[in-house]
Design a protein around this ligand. Structure first.
Ligand code: PLP
Length: 401
């Protein structure tokens, strides 16, 4: 992996507040004054860099956060949005117009899947879903109208790892944009360094890390970011999924500890995955040698941050999964809740929650079984103690003999 240290890059960004504050001041305004009417006109035309016009377009705090996230992903620029879906839909609608075609990995977050499958076709934007590890099938599915290859670097919920270098070379050959959702693997994987054109995050998850807000970002070239903010044709400017400045300020503060949190999430997840596997449970984690993409992930990742905080466990049936999750919540091992990246462990049954938008037969063909539990492992200090308590729950529900 190329020698790039995103954490140093972010650390070197200094934003002082008014009065010398150690955090930047929040600009608590939706609109900005101009000393001359001419400058206001020029700003509308996009010719007055450094001037703020109206906060749906940009605001100081959103620009600070965007700059830090561009550093995280080693891109020229970025733009923050009010949710991860706000970022995903902005990027897709900016790049595709009526008559265009998208190729997408079939194992992606259920909301993204539903947007591609149900929302876009009435606008004559069609999507073909492919196995992201089957390069022949991908090349065969490319049409003259294909504009985007879309995937998650580590997929939700199956934790399939996309070979981004290989996918980037296919995109280059066919003139497609490679758009990568990197929500599950911030700091571990740098999609841009592997050839991605645009990198997206749901900030709601690890990057913010405190489950107190939704947020999103897309990172790419300055030219692309400007296009999305164009007052006449920009998907972000015109659809309006703008992040509030107060939220941008709190997310920026949380971003400062991401490197410490990611190491701990990954360490804890690997510890539990290894022990669950030893106990004979059907566990999947990219850090296990038994994971089909273990070697691929190793070749792509910055090892300091590990294989991530997500693991899955197949409890066999929905009933068994529910019984186990309810017991674990009762034992204060975590919360039965969707989402991920929180300090506390979160668990949910993907088929009946975050992937429920995907039809049952398609879920089955992808390998999302009814009893599949997705765990987002928390920052527990004594992970052996957590393991022993989880093991107790698994014995009690009959998953471990
Ligand atoms: N991408 C991934 C991989 C997700 O898991 C999610 C949400 O679960 C999203 C995008 C959507 O993000 P948000 O809920 O912030 O809109």
């Amino acid at each position: 992996m190329e020698n790039f240290n995103a954490v140093n890059e972010i650390q070197d960004l200094q934003y002082f507040g008014e009065f010398g504050g150690v955090n930047p001041s929040i600009s608590d305004s939706s609109t900005y004054t101009f000393l001359s009417a001419k400058t206001m006109f020029d700003t509308f035309e996009g010719n007055a860099d450094g001037c703020y016009l109206y906060s749906r377009h940009s605001s100081p705090m959103n620009l600070y956060l965007a700059q830090a996230l561009a550093k995280l992903e080693n891109t020229e620029a970025a733009n923050v949005t009010s949710s991860g879906m706000g970022a995903i839909t902005t990027v897709l609608l900016q790049l595709c117009k009526s008559g265009d075609h998208i190729l997408s990995s079939r194992t992606i977050y259920g909301g993204t899947y539903a947007f591609l499958k149900n929302f876009l076709p009435p606008f004559q934007i069609e999507t073909s879903f492919v196995d992201i590890g089957n390069f022949d099938a991908i090349e065969q599915a490319i049409r003259p109208t294909t504009k985007i290859l879309y995937c998650e670097s580590v997929s939700n919920p199956l934790l399939e790892v996309a070979d981004l270098q290989k996918l980037a070379s296919i995109c280059k050959k066919h003139g497609l944009k490679l758009v990568v959702d990197n929500t599950f693997s911030p700091l571990s994987i740098s999609p841009k360094l592997l050839g991605a054109d645009i990198v997206i995050h749901s900030l709601t998850k690890f990057i913010n890390g405190s489950s107190d807000t939704v947020g999103g970002v897309y990172c790419g070239s300055q030219e692309f970011i400007n296009e999305t903010k164009n007052v006449n044709s920009g998907a972000c400017m015109l659809l309006g999924p703008t992040m509030d400045s107060l939220r941008a300020a709190s997310i920026l503060k949380n971003l400062r500890t991401l490197h410490i949190r990611m190491k701990q999430h990954s360490e804890n997840a690997l510890y539990l995955a290894e022990r669950f596997e030893r106990d004979g449970l059907r566990v999947s984690y990219p850090g296990l040698a038994s994971h089909k993409n273990h070697e691929l992930m190793k070749s792509m990742m910055h090892s300091t941050y590990g294989f991530g905080g997500l693991l899955t466990l197949d409890a066999g049936t929905t009933a068994k999964a529910n019984e186990l999750m309810e017991l674990m919540q009762k034992e204060n091992l975590g919360y039965l809740a969707v989402s991920l990246g929180f300090y506390k462990t979160l668990f949910s049954c993907s088929g009946s929650s975050t992937s429920s938008e995907i039809p049952e037969e398609e879920r089955a063909s992808m390998g999302i079984s009814d009893g599949l539990i997705r765990f987002s492992i928390g920052l527990d200090q004594d992970i052996e103690r957590t393991y022993q308590k989880m093991r107790f729950c698994m014995v009690k529900t009959g998953l471990i003999a």
